[in-house]
Design a protein around this ligand. Structure first.
Ligand code: NAD
Ligand code: 022
Ligand code: ZN
Length: 375
């Protein structure tokens, strides 16, 4: 069938909106009509050519929501008409990783997903005789896409597509990092570095978990009011701090008779390896945990003195907020529908597919939190 797609033709060039061909779903696959998709940093990272694993031509996009319009042979968990969110981290429930209960990083289709093809090794997208790669198993920058059954979460059909698409990446990553990865408890103190589309979701996750002190750190003062909207209690701009930012944050979090500072939990939502170090060192001696959420550029390395870890700080990382997609994503949609979490204000721009490149421009300039394309 003919579908409308924004194609990443070549690294470093804008997306080209065109008609491409999509084959129907094969065994174990589903055809989705994509209703809305967010634009996220990883799409930009790949499009820019900075991602050494980036493949071209490809249909990018991994933050979508839509409706099942057809299912392939053997598909049992979803049917035509179901509302779904595509999952770049699938959940097969039978690979060693899923069965371990220790990680959300399902390995069932990992290698083919990285190669930009469906699990049978072929692509469903083409232009004439030329194949186009899938992206993160999702390719939501097309009004129809094919996904493996294990890579879709069935969600509440009353939920609005133009909001819940954000649960396909940003919301789940931020809220999940707090609930699943850090397992923050009531009364905890926390520091969030970087108040963009991820950091704000970490903040609302911390509020949901009952954290007491939620310090937001950003070099952009405009982010203060954004943080406050979602539950941040204190704001620090490192550019306006005299001396060392870590010492400043440790000073702000001093508690108890021994007056040792540092937060119970810290989160890097910048992708900057220097900030990752600050986040670790601003965690409390003896028990503070620092969660790396930001994705750093290819070849970057993190550093700290081993003493920081010997004295009990814990350095962790998280992908997709530690969420098991088919199990946890429907719950997050319900939290949104019940008013437990907020999404609407973070979607600052709605675009048509034809204008998708404007969404990338607004991400670069920092004027958007999230841009969403509505088909
Ligand atoms: P964003 O650009 O919207 O936000 C980043 C924020 O960090 C901005 O507000 C910026 O002003 C701030 N910042 C930059 N340098 C800083 C510094 N030195 N100190 C303090 N603040 C600083 O980006 P986003 O959409 O929120 O994404 C953040 C990161 O999370 C990206 O690296 C993205 O790739 C990553 N991410 C990871 C996962 C995962 O599963 N691990 C999922 C989604 C996104
Ligand atoms: C999403 N991300 C950043 C912004 N939006 C993002 C990028 C990468 C990962 C998670 C979120 C990630 C962390 C660890 C892995 N990935 C590897 C998982 C594994 O090897 O099992 C990751 C994922 C998908 C892909 C590449 C890397 C892909 O489909 N190409 C989850
Ligand atoms: Zn993303």
């Amino acid at each position: 069938m003919d579908v409308r797609a924004a194609v990443a033709v070549e690294a470093g060039k804008p997306l080209e909106v065109m008609t491409v061909q999509l084959e129907g779903p094969k065994e174990g696959e589903v055809l989705i009509e994509v209703k809305a998709t967010g634009i996220c940093h990883t799409d930009d990272f790949t499009l820019s050519g900075a991602d050494p694993e980036g493949l071209f031509p490809a249909i990018l996009g991994h933050e979508g929501a839509g409706v099942v319009v057809d299912v392939g042979k053997g598909v049992t968990s979803v049917k035509k008409g179901d509302h779904v969110i595509p999952l770049y981290t699938p959940e097969c429930r039978s690979c060693p990783s899923c069965l371990s209960r220790k990680t959300n990083l399902c390995t069932a289709i990992r290698s083919t997903q990285g190669q930009g093809v469906m699990p049978d090794g072929t692509s469903r997208f083409s232009i004439g005789k030329d194949k186009i790669h899938h992206y993160m198993g999702c390719s939501t920058f097309a009004n129809f896409t094919v996904l493996p059954e294990i890579a879709v979460a069935k969600v509440n059909p009353d939920a609005p597509f133009d909001k819940i698409c954000y649960i396909g990446c940003g919301v789940t990553t931020g809220v999940g990092a707090v609930i699943n990865t850090a397992k923050v408890e009531i009364g905890a103190t926390a520091i969030v570095f970087g108040l963009g589309g991820i950091g704000l979701n970490v903040i609302q996750g911390l509020k949901l978990a009952g954290a007491d002190m939620i310090i937001g750190v950003d070099i952009n003062n405009d982010k203060k009011q954004w943080g406050e909207k979602f539950g941040m209690t204190h704001f620090v701009n490192p550019k306006e701090v005299d001396g060392d930012i870590v010492q400043h944050l440790v000073g702000m979090t001093k508690r108890g008779a021994d007056q040792i500072g540092g937060a119970d939990y810290t989160f890097d939502c910048t992708g900057n390896v220097k900030v990752m170090r600050q986040a670790l060192e601003a965690a409390h001696r003896g028990w503070g945990e620092s969660v790396v959420i930001g994705v750093a550029g290819a070849g970057q390395e993190i550093a700290t003195r081993p003493f920081q870890l010997v004295t009990g700080r814990v350095w962790k990382g998280t992908a997709f907020g530690g969420a098991r997609g088919r199990t946890d994503v429907p719950k997050i949609v319900d939290w949104y529908m019940d008013g437990k979490i907020d999404i609407d204000p973070m979607i600052t721009h709605i675009l048509k597919l034809e204008d998708i490149n404007k969404g990338f421009d607004m991400m670069h300039s920092g004027e958007s939190i999230r841009s969403v394309v509505v088909y």
